[in-house]
Each structure stands twice: as C-alpha cells, then as structure tokens.
Ligand binder design. Sequence first.
Ligand SMILES: *[C@@H]1O[C@H](CO)[C@@H](O)[C@H](O)[C@H]1NC(C)=O
Length: 328
Amino acid sequence: MIALFSLALFFFASNLHVEAQDSESRIKVYANRGDNITLPCRLDGLSNLFGNRIKWTKLEDDSTETDVLLSMGFHKKTYGNFQDRVYLLEEDDNDATLVITNLDLKDYGSYRCEIINGMNDKTVEVDLELQGVVFPYSPRLGRYNFNFQNAEAACLEQDAVVASFEQLYEEWRSGLDWCNAGWLNDGTVQYPITKPREPCGGVRATAGLRSYGRRDKYNSLYDVFCFTASLKGRFYYLIQPKKLNYDEAVNACERDGAEIAKVGHMYAAWKLHGYDRCDAGWLADGSVRYPISRPRKNCSPTEAAVRFVGFPDKKQKLYGVYCFKPQP
Ligand SMILES: *[C@@H]1O[C@H](CO)[C@@H](O)[C@H](O)[C@H]1NC(C)=O
C-alpha cells in the first residue's frame, strides 16, 4: 500500500515519465503542455558521435516527415515550428538526446532519431504523448458544416488541434460516445460508440470507433474532434450580480484582467482539473455550456460531462460567463 502510494506520488510529482517499450528502440514519453522535455537517443557502441550526422524528424499522421534538427559536428540547424525551441542535450559523446522546450499541442506524435556514419547507422523512434482531452465540435450553423480546413481552424479557435486517431481511441476507451462523425488529423472521418444503438450504426455493430474512411478534404462536410491539453492559466466562472448578454460577458472578463474562455479551456478544466460548476455561461464562440464532474440532480444527473445549452441569441441576458486568465 505504501509502495503504491509513493509510486502514485512519483507520477504526480514528475511531469514527465519515460517508459521503455518492448522493443529496445521504441520509447514513450508523457508530458504536459508548456513542459521542457527530452526525447532520448543514444549511440552506445560507437566510440563517439562527433563527425556523425544526427537527424531528428517528426513523423506526421498523414505519413509525411517534418525536419526538426540536423547536426553535423558543430553545425546545427533547426527547422520550422521547432526553430529556436529544440537543441541536443549532448551530455556525453554518445548522446543525441533532443530537448524540446515549451511544448505545444502540435508537438505530440512520433519522432525519429537517425545517427548516420555510413557504417553503423542507427534509428530510434520516440512517441511523445500529451495529457489531454478530446471533444467533438460543431459550429453555430449546426452539425456537418466543416470541410477539413474549416475543421482545423475551428479547433484552433477553441485552443485545440484536430485530434489524432490514437487520441480519439483513448477518449473512447475512457467512455466518449458520440453519434456525429468528425474529422481526424489523418483526413479520416470517424465517431466513437460505447453504447451501440439504432440511430448510431445499429445495435448489432460492436462498440468502437466507426470509420467513414478518408474523405475529400475540400468537399466533404462533417464535425470535428478537437484535442486540447492541460491549461497554463486559470479557468473560472466569473461571479456577477446579474445575468449577461454575450458582449457584456466578453467585457466582464476583460475588466477582470482575463479573456472570455474558449471551449477547449472548459474541456481541459473539466477533464484534467476536475472543474465543476452548475451555472450555464457564455464562451468565446458564442455557445453556452457548463462543466459537471460530479453528476447530481438538476446538473447532469447521469454522467460527468460538459453540458451544451446551445448557441443562443447573443442579445439574451440569460447567462453567466466563464473566463480564462493565461499564466504570464
Ligand atoms: C525551459 O527551457 C527554457 C530555455 O532553456 C527556459 O527558459 C525555461 O525556463 C524552461 N521552462 C521550464 C518550465 O522549465
């Protein structure tokens, strides 16, 4: 019991935990948004790395590769979104470990470290996973209105990115059941079902992710599954003497030194930080929602969920507001 407890403490105390996988060359790293993390890669067996080419690439979900860092001796180059955010740890002559600073939502995924010296090449793959939450999203217009590009923009506006298959699968395993199909970042369209039923693919089909396969990114219209990670900042319900319309809600958060919260902020606060509040409040996209993590009478009695009230007329003075104050 004591051993278990201290193990749990260990996991809470360290943002980062590295786990060796079955094959010696595949490693998983777990992290939170904003962390500095290391992706391990060593070349033991060669006398030293100097003079070898070291190349780090990111393997994207649509099976393209993005350059991250290239090193040849003293010569180092970093690329794109990774420029000035990555470097080699170089603890000793055999160390090609990569450091990524200020981790963001787009950084999760698989990375490859290649050490190339012509005789004794070596490749290591590392999976970087962010602690996060997947949520379905559709706009004010109603369901099935996003092509792929609109879906990407919609997630970004909610402080999120389009979810990967693995992320949606994880969320399904922890209970997500959603009967509308949404884009994933590999260009497929899928939906997660935990309770098979007639209007959602039929009672005879098994539980799982139902896939429509790859769809035309320009012409096909669906919802989207977004992924967001733990918050760097404070999400809260703003106590106000009276109910607000949308513009008043935006201003009230600003006067409080914050901004009106996004849908992703609410999901992260609810799922990752246990936030619970039975007051319907405006969010930045003009929707009204409330997060319930302790189901009870009159507040989502049967399940922990972010409840969706709708996209009401923005002039209605009927709701409160949720604000977000980013960490400086
Ligand atoms: C991450 O690394 C950067 C640059 O090395 C440093 O300025 C920053 O304080 C570090 N952040 C954390 C959370 O350790």
